[in-house]
Ligand binder design. Structure first.
Ligand code: THU
Length: 173
């Protein structure tokens, strides 16, 4: 486990090192299948309309269901800061509310920095979103694949479970 002394340290660590210890594959966007490119494009489009006036950090998430339907979400902030929600959960909760029987297969995540440009480093889902992603996968007894999109490359994580060891689940209830 890496412990950062300063939050700025993250800027000096190569992307490969950030993902070291995780099972991932790095791709150029051009190497991806048309379906994955389509999902990433949907995430980029929706990110532009994120409501992020406080952080200035816009995130888009595009979800592919097993029936190949694509649904999207962006982060929604609020003057009462904790009332806001990340893009991933906006998208996944929308899927749960509207397509409760259809398993989720893939999620693409894109973040736009302050100047509306895709971040150099692919952004991983926050802890709370990982919890929701993993439970969404478990609910349908299947895995969810992540595509974390950076300016130059895409990190593919085949199984979101790998990002959240020792998660809290229904077995503790
Ligand atoms: N955010 C997301 O939507 N997804 C992530 O994976 C990381 C963070 C949002 C939450 C907040 O609106 C802003 O980005 C800054 O943290």
């Amino acid at each position: 486990m890496r412990i950062f002394g300063l939050t700025d340290d993250v800027n000096f660590i190569a992307m490969e090192d950030l993902f070291a210890g995780f099972k991932y594959k790095k791709h150029k966007i051009t190497e991806l299948t048309d379906k994955d490119k389509e999902l990433i494009t949907a995430a980029k489009m929706v990110a532009k309309d994120a409501y992020a006036p406080y952080s200035g950090f816009k995130v888009g998430a595009a979800v592919r269901l097993v029936n190949d339907k694509i649904l999207t979400g962006s982060n929604q902030e609020n003057a009462a800061y904790p009332s806001g929600l990340c893009a991933e959960r906006v998208a996944l909760f929308y899927c749960g509310a509207n397509y409760p029987e259809i398993p989720v297969k893939d999620i693409a995540i894109v973040a736009l920095g302050k100047s509306n440009i895709i971040t150099d480093k692919p952004v991983p889902p926050c802890g709370a979103c990982r919890q929701v992603i993993v439970e969404t996968a478990g609910r349908f007894k299947q895995t969810i694949r992540l595509l974390l999109v950076g300016k130059e490359s895409v990190i593919e994580i085949k199984d979101a479970n790998d990002l959240l060891p020792l998660l809290f689940d229904t077995s503790y209830l």
